[in-house]
Design a binder for this molecule. Structure first.
Ligand SMILES: [Zn+2]
Length: 344
């Protein structure tokens, strides 16, 4: 009996020790002072079935990661759960069922932000995305959102055009960055000084050539007053476009309205394969320090948020301190419109 009591005491002491360690280490994570504060310029509040872990979870994760501000989108399409699919698809690539435009995504985001205290609202920079880019009525939706939630939105996006397998899952005409129905959206964005975040694959996985570059270049060239952020540097899963760095330099020199975000697969595939920053891309960031930003591209779930945003530390450490600061946080505010006094 005595022996078993002492075992229990020992066990309690041991678990107590573990508990203290865990408590200390989680405190440690929250208190860690990172060298660079980050603004995350690419995060989706919901996933492909419009679910989310919630705004409070996201804000806590931002605190843990020393992320001060965030650009937040809904998700413009939602995945169909057909009557013949037993398993519910959550990610667009879970099966080959179609996806459809879901305008309410903007309302979900706006309502979540509306409930927050001002100091938290001020950290969130929401954008409108819930419209069909190949529908000439798209601008009506954007104006409706601006009317319903005045002084809330700071931009438009992430607009999905060519997006690997998702392109063929969306009903109707393939969305392309240069489609005529987007012209009024681009013009409105310029008039209201709303930058627009665009997903448009530069190439296809079969040829690894920049097959779709002209679509995006048409849009950038034909709307010089519209600030466009080409998400993921046009890169996509499983595509390794030959000459991407040269194309990027040419476009940055030619079009001052073009910006890029580093998010999703581009970091691992191109910028820092196996965690080692590529010297060619480091030179590009140094040459154009005002034109790149970083983001997580999380979709509704934030469990690995801290790791996803803090993976960029290796990149910042490899850059000059001035360029690192610009990519990490400053460029976002150079690009976004100043918030009106009525905001929130
Ligand atoms: Zn995204």
């Amino acid at each position: 009996m005595k022996k078993s009591i002492s075992i229990i005491v020992l066990l309690l002491a041991f678990t107590g020790h573990i508990f203290t360690q865990e408590t200390n280490s989680s405190r440690l994570i929250e208190k860690t002072d990172y060298k660079y504060k980050i603004n995350d310029v690419h995060c989706h509040y919901v996933d492909f079935v419009q679910h989310t872990e919630g705004i409070d979870v996201l804000l806590k994760k931002m605190d843990s990661a020393s992320v001060e501000n965030i650009v937040l989108f809904g998700l413009s399409v939602t995945k169909l759960w057909t009557d013949y699919d037993r398993q519910r698809p959550v990610y667009y690539d879970d099966n080959d069922a179609p996806a459809y435009y879901y305008a309410y995504t903007d309302v979900i985001l706006a309502e979540a932000i509306k409930k927050l205290p001002k100091e938290q609202k001020d950290r969130l920079y929401p954008m409108i995305c819930g419209f069909n880019p190949v529908d000439r009525n798209g601008l009506d939706h954007i104006k409706r959102m601006v009317g319903m939630y005045p002084d809330l939105w700071v931009g438009i996006g992430e607009v999905f055009f060519r997006h690997d397998d998702l392109t063929r899952m969306i009903y109707g005409r393939n969305p392309t960055a240069n489609c005529a129905s987007m012209d009024p959206v681009y013009e409105y964005a310029a008039e209201k000084n709303l930058p627009i975040w665009i997903h448009s694959d530069i190439g296809d996985p079969i040829s690894n050539k920049p097959t779709f570059l002209y679509e995006m270049e048409d849009a950038i060239k034909n709307h010089p007053k519209t600030k466009m952020v080409w998400c993921h540097i046009g890169d996509t899963r499983g595509v390794d476009v030959v000459g991407l760095s040269e194309i990027t330099i040419r476009l940055l020199n030619a079009y001052p309205n073009l910006y890029y975000d580093i998010s999703w697969v581009v970091f691992e595939q191109i910028i820092a394969p196996e965690g080692k920053p590529d010297p060619e891309w480091l030179a590009i960031f140094e040459q154009f320090p005002n034109r790149f930003m970083v983001g997580t591209d999380k979709i509704g779930g934030f469990s690995d948020y801290v790791q996803t945003i803090r993976k960029y530390d290796v990149l910042f450490d490899a850059l000059s301190p001035e360029t690192a600061k610009k990519l990490a946080s400053e460029n976002m505010f150079e690009l976004l419109p100043k918030r009106s006094k009525n905001a929130n």
